[in-house]
Design a protein around this ligand. Structure first.
Ligand SMILES: NC(=O)c1ccc[n+]([C@@H]2O[C@H](COP(=O)([O-])OP(=O)(O)OC[C@H]3O[C@@H](n4cnc5c(N)ncnc54)[C@H](O)[C@@H]3O)[C@@H](O)[C@H]2O)c1
Length: 260
């Protein structure tokens, strides 16, 4: 067991009201951190604050709006005077065929999954730099950043951009001892994919592609994210970690089924 790798440390988590972000916030607090949780969902944040107690500081903020991000990160500075780790998790999408997709829906998705990661990294890194203690940033991409999805051009493009942005940030921020990595989850059982998980034929089509045979629980993504932000990963920067139950490697036809 990894005891308390984040004792005395402060973290920012975006998308902290639900799913993967909420699991990261809970895991950080269990390992000793204070967490500033940003989300646009005030009611969801309120519920998490009641569950997680004083170590969780909720801040209602839209991660596509720079002034709101800046104010949220300033909360970490004023409450704790430092920032050691940041997890840029908030996301979502509007899907649609390229031939029909409205530019507003493209912008909504790319702004939410990609511009938000730039803006959050910008302000998180400033505070880490000014604190002088180094730091670690983990950006949530998606397996869709590598594998295209029908109707998901904006989401997949935005998520691929998160991987490259994280590499660029790793390069630029290394002189300040700030590490930056990305995580690419496959199917994770959260409200974001409730329509898939709640409809057996659709769920089965996904599970048929996942060698480990199940969607991830949010905690199974939170664990690798905490690893990348911890001192256990102190020499890891500019890389990406796929957390997908083997989905990415399962696309070769399984000819053994012919024999069965
Ligand atoms: N669930 C999956 O299968 C899966 C797979 C790969 C990647 N991801 C990514 O993981 C991340 C977390 O997704 P999740 O599955 O936990 O979904 P979720 O819907 O449970 O949580 C997303 C959170 O982001 C918040 N959010 C949305 N728009 C926001 C905004 N503009 N400003 C601030 N907060 C906002 C929501 O209120 C919500 O609390 C997303 O970036 C998503 O793209 C999810």
């Amino acid at each position: 067991m990894n005891a308390r790798r984040f004792d005395g440390r402060t973290a920012v988590v975006t998308g902290a009201a639900s799913g993967i972000g909420a699991a990261i916030a809970a895991a950080l607090i269990a390992e000793g951190a204070d967490v500033v949780g940003l989300d646009i969902d005030a009611a969801g944040l309120g519920k998490k604050a009641a569950e997680l107690g004083d170590a969780f500081v909720p801040v209602v903020a839209d991660v596509t709006a720079e002034d709101q991000i800046e104010a949220g990160i300033a909360t970490a500075a004023s409450r704790f005077g430092r920032l050691d780790a940041a997890f840029n998790v908030a996301g979502g999408s509007r899907i649609g065929a390229i031939t029909d997709l409205a530019v507003e829906d493209w912008d909504f998705t790319v702004d939410l999954v990609q511009k938000s990661v730039f803006l959050c990294t910008k302000h998180e890194a400033r505070l880490m730099r000014d604190s002088g203690n180094g730091g670690a940033i983990v950006n949530i991409s998606s397996l869709d950043g590598r594998i295209p999805m029908p109707g998901g051009s904006a989401y997949a493009t935005g998520k691929a951009g998160v991987v490259m942005f994280s590499k660029n940030a790793a390069l630029e921020l290394a002189p300040h001892r700030i590490r930056v990595n990305s995580v690419l989850p496959g199917l994770v059982d959260t409200p974001l994919v409730a329509a898939i998980m709640g409809y057996d034929p659709a769920k089965q089509m996904f599970l048929d592609r996942i060698p480990l045979g199940a969607a991830a629980a949010p905690e199974q993504v939170a664990g690798p994210c905490l690893f990348l932000a911890s001192d256990d990963a102190s020499y890891i920067t500019g890389t990406e970690l796929v957390v997908d139950g083997g989905w990415e490697v399962s696309n070769f036809p399984n000819l053994a089924k012919l024999a069965g």
